[in-house]
Design a protein. Structure first.
Lengths: 351, 339, 310
């Protein structure tokens, strides 16, 4: 399939009062046309920063691209001027944010907020734009869009506001939609509605989605492929099945084990010990080693390279090195692996 | 995604046990509230310069009258209305004792046969402006510090009680504040000054009468914000007494705000003293404050601008320095600014 | 909203009543009678004059009369100007004070907004430092110091503008207006800078950027309005500051306004003028603050439509 976005060895730092924070330390991934790529990880793992970097929405005064490139249809976004970038934002790449309560302008009617990208990027008049805006609102499931278009954000509920934000993001049929934890701030029932809406819309307009979340349940629901981020790097990447049923990185094991599930009989919920690394002073080797039960001596010395597990599955852990000792993942992970053809625990049972 | 694997020694693939407590290791040294604030304020050049300036002015306020060979109160009529003259600098063409009389420039010291030097000149009664300026600064600073201190004490106690006890106490206390806050500060100050005998005490009372309200509102707001936060509730659940909660949890958290607010009340008080003195409600002669000196200077503006210049300069520098320091402290203490 | 306004008006009246009462009794406790200090009268003459002004009656009666007159807008008669009506005296002085206040406010706020915007949009550049410096100067240097220096340089040294008085048309109003404008300018500049920086870091600004809006559109279409609306809240304190300023500025430039009259009345202990002007100032300030609060509710759609109070 066609690659629409390639991120190559992206490194980005923030200059703060306390020093240089290496928020992204060499991220590689690509996004295919029409797919949904989920990026998961704890807060501070760099997932949000990565997408904001793609959109070039990070404050220019304090953030700095150290190296790497972001190729969108062959164009390196890190090299574009502000003007060129403005033509891409909202038209080719658009974004949905975490907190719908704060992401709409409180003193502007939602009609104006939805028509803004239309008027900006497409040669349409005001009346035409308004018609499109009404259609968009209807498409995202807003009742009585003709009336509501004149209202202000505070007159809408959180779920409705997120629908509005989605309508704004989809106004110009973008090629890439970046959703930065779009359901985190919402109630569970509303979350499900918004997720359904996004899946429906993706089918309709054939856009690629980068979906950032720390909720693995959501990932299983929406994603085609998953990238697991930790400490400013992608530690494992693969299809949903590969990540969920044949995970290789101890951090992915930890994440999956800490996910409550109805079919695991374990009473106690697993928690990954410790806290994420301080990226002001990142650890030398594998950033996760200090929290891992599976740490190897080399983990403290040298960052692991990326090992290929399958054509679509990669993981950065020394455990995949031919010389590394064979370790048994946690029981719940072994249970999962038993269902995956190709894993070393596969029992041939159909999923 | 290359698989470039150098030959690595086998022992590097030994399993190791990680002490999970090590995972909590914080690589950055932890800083106390004060250390953190100091680090921040140290980066603020304007605040540092202001601090130095303030120290200088305060030192001069006490040292100035001693340094000058002339007494602030002594009237030497024959030495009246002399422009500034400073040893050494006189050769540079300014502060050389030259003034304008009847449209002609001349050395007034020569004309009046004065051998002494009056660094900032003399006023109409022949008093040394240098000594008077620093004594006036002393008084202005005294009024400002006392007023700010009273505002601080009353405001913190009133706001603290109102916020901490809440409920009916708070209701009653806030009704009072709501009415008081409606009374314009200026009106209260002028009325009080009119009623009392003009002087330092009257000015201080007038300034503090409504001055504490601002502080009390800020403190109350902060207490309300913090007292229901989880860390306070947790401490209460663990059986901490009111005193302990106030001393260990609330005060340290609102200290920054109190300091910042005090930093802004001081210039406010300096301003009000000068303002009152300027419209004739302040100190009465022969006492001098920056305000009365400016008032005197204003009357002689056309002929002896230097009488106005130095007190205005000191007053403005004081105000600027306190405001800049206040700004710096606000940036340093404001947790919102923390990265 | 209506309930809120009623509550506020109620408080306004309590405050005014307290001020009126306090003013009256404070004046009564003043040492010496205004008449005795003003002229050398023998006891009989004094009694006649006191009777004329009602000063011989018991305090509660005087108070009752005073309050009754007050409700009718009668502030009593001046001791100083041969029994002139205080209300008339105040009204006759309104013009220049109003013109200066309005010019100072508009000039100051307009320039302040521009400076604040520049500072926020060019944060941590020379532009920012420059406008922050101007704002600090404006906040720190008392208007009477600033005014005397303006007068010295512009009028006395360079003779560009009339030194004082109100008889040279709009030229007379330039220096006092500039002197009065410094406070509002500084306050507006600092306020807008802080608000703009906060607004510019908010989520909806990021969303506006993600739509492809240019920096100019982000600043003026999205951020400016949101930063400007809260500025209304400082109009109350600004009005109070202008009033304080006008007392000294009108004196420095000998402007025949209320402030100059007030300070003169203080000098000669003309109590009825002092009382009257004090009350007038109080009504003015309290009214301004009330109007500002209501205005804020009207222009902010969040408050306007939800009917909440601030």
């Amino acid at each position: 399939m066609e690659k629409i976005l390639e991120v190559k060895d992206l490194q980005l730092s923030f200059h703060t009062f306390a020093g240089e924070v290496q928020a992204i330390r060499g991220v590689n991934f690509d996004l295919l046309k029409g797919e949904t790529l989920a990026i998961v990880g704890e807060s501070g793992s760099g997932k949000s920063v990565t997408t904001k970097a793609i959109m070039r929405l990070l404050p220019e005064s304090s953030s700095e691209f150290k190296s790497g490139e972001i190729l969108f249809n062959g164009k390196d976004l890190t090299k574009l001027s502000d003007k060129e970038m403005q033509k891409i934002r909202g038209k080719d790449i658009s974004m949905i944010f975490q907190d719908p309560m704060t992401s709409l302008n409180p003193t502007m009617t939602i009609g104006r907020q939805i028509t803004e990208p239309l008027l900006k990027h497409q040669k349409v008049g005001k009346t035409q734009a308004k018609k499109v805006a009404i259609d968009l609102l209807r498409m995202v499931g807003m009742p009585k869009p003709e009336l509501r278009i004149k209202q202000y954000p505070h007159q809408f509920s959180g779920g409705q506001r997120q629908r509005i934000v989605i309508a704004i993001a989809l106004a110009c049929n973008p090629q890439i939609l970046i959703a930065d934890e779009p359901t985190t701030a919402l109630d569970v029932t509303i979350q499900a509605q918004i997720l359904e809406l996004m899946k429906d819309l993706q089918k309709k307009i054939d856009t690629s989605i980068i979906f950032i979340t720390h909720d693995l349940g959501v990932v299983a629901n929406v994603a085609d492929r998953v990238a697991v981020m930790y400490g400013g790097r992608i530690v494992e990447m693969g299809t949903v099945d590969e990540i969920f049923y044949n995970p290789q990185h101890p951090y992915t094991w930890g994440l999956l084990s800490s996910m409550p599930s109805l079919d695991t009989a374990e009473e106690k919920l697993y928690a990954i010990p410790g806290t994420p690394p301080d990226l002001l002073d990142p650890p030398k080797g594998d950033a996760f080693a200090l929290r891992s039960e599976y740490a190897l001596a080399i983990d403290l010395e040298q960052a692991p390279p990326v090992f290929k597990v399958s054509d679509t599955h990669f993981a950065a852990t020394w455990l995949l090195h031919p010389d590394a000792p064979e370790v048994d993942p946690p029981l719940s992970i072994i249970e999962r692996m038993k269902k995956f053809p190709g894993s070393r625990y596969y029992e041939g049972v159909a999923r | 995604m290359t698989q470039n694997l150098d030959k690595l020694p086998t022992e590097s693939f030994k399993r190791i046990t990680i002490d999970s407590s090590q995972a909590e290791k914080i690589s950055k040294p932890s800083l106390s509230f004060w250390q953190d604030a100091w680090l921040r304020i140290r980066k603020n050049k304007a605040a540092i310069v202001s601090m130095v300036l303030l120290v200088l002015i305060i030192v001069m306020a006490f040292l100035g009258p001693v340094l000058s060979p002339h007494d602030a109160e002594k009237q030497t009529i024959t030495h009246a209305n002399l422009p500034p003259k400073v040893q050494g600098i006189e050769k540079l063409g300014f502060m050389d004792g030259v003034g304008v009389v009847g449209g002609k420039e001349m050395d007034l010291y020569e004309r009046k046969k004065v051998d002494e030097y009056y660094w900032f000149g003399t006023d109409g009664l022949g008093r040394d402006m240098f000594s008077r300026l620093w004594e006036g600064t002393q008084i202005s600073l005294f009024i400002a510090f006392v007023a700010a201190f009273i505002d601080l004490v009353v405001g913190v106690i009133y706001g603290g009680i109102s916020g901490y006890y809440g409920g009916r106490v708070d209701d009653a206390m806030q009704r009072v504040v709501e009415i008081l806050i409606g009374i314009p500060n200026l009106i209260v100050v002028i009325l009080m000054i009119l009623v009392m005998k003009p002087g330092i005490t009257a000015i201080i009372i007038a300034i503090t009468l409504t001055g504490w309200i601002g502080m009390s509102r800020i403190v109350r707001g902060q207490i309300l914000k913090f007292k229901n936060q989880e860390f306070v509730l947790a401490s209460r659940t663990l059986g901490a007494s009111n005193n302990r909660i106030i001393a260990k949890h609330l005060i340290p958290n609102i200290l920054g705000v109190i300091i910042i607010n005090t930093m802004f009340t001081i210039p406010g008080a300096i301003f009000f003293e000068a303002f009152l003195s300027f419209i004739g409600l302040g100190l009465q002669p022969p006492a001098a404050s920056l305000g009365t000196l400016i008032n005197d200077g204003f009357r002689l503006l056309e002929f002896q601008p230097y009488i106005l210049l130095y007190p205005s300069l000191v007053l403005s520098l004081l105000m600027v320095a306190f405001n800049l320091l206040g700004d710096g402290l606000r940036d340093a203490f404001d947790p919102k600014m923390k990265d | 909203m209506a309930k809120y306004i009623v509550k506020r008006v109620f408080y306004m009246f309590i405050t005014l009543f307290l001020i009126a009462t306090a003013t009256f009794f404070l004046m009564k406790t003043l040492p010496g009678s205004p008449i005795s200090s003003a002229s050398k009268l023998n006891p009989q003459q004094l009694a006649v004059v006191e009777a004329k002004y009602g000063l011989d009656q018991p305090l509660p009666v005087q108070y009752g009369k005073y309050m009754l007159n007050l409700v009718q807008g009668d502030l009593g008669n001046s001791y100083q100007f041969k029994g002139a009506d205080v209300t008339d005296l105040i009204i006759s002085r309104l013009g220049p004070s109003f013109i200066l206040g309005a010019q100072g406010l508009i000039l100051g706020v307009a320039i302040g907004i521009i400076l604040g915007m520049i500072a926020a949009l060019k944060q941590n550049t020379i532009w920012d430092y420059g406008s922050t410096f101007i704002a600090i100067i404006g906040i720190s240097i008392p208007s009477f110091v600033f005014a005397t220096f303006l007068q010295y340089w512009l009028a006395i040294k360079w003779e560009l503008l009339p030194v004082a008085l109100w008889d040279d048309g709009w030229k007379s109003s330039i220096m006092p207006s500039i002197a009065l404008a410094m406070g509002p300018l500084a306050t507006a500049a600092r306020f807008i800078r802080t608000e703009m920086i906060e607004v510019l870091s908010s989520d909806y600004i990021t969303l506006a950027k993600s739509k492809g809006a240019s920096s100019f559109e982000v600043a003026f279409k999205h951020a400016f309005r949101n930063a400007l609306i809260p500025l209304v809240t400082v109009l109350g304190p600004l009005a109070a500051g202008l009033l304080t300023g006008s007392l000294v500025i009108e004196n420095i430039f000998a402007i025949p306004g209320i402030g100059e009259q007030f300070v003169k009345a203080i000098m000669v202990s003309d109590f009825s003028v002092i009382m009257g002007t004090t009350l007038f100032f109080s009504v003015f300030l309290i009214f301004v603050i009330l109007v500002v609060d209501i205005l804020y509710g009207i222009i902010d759609p969040r408050i306007r439509l939800s009917g909440g109070n601030s």
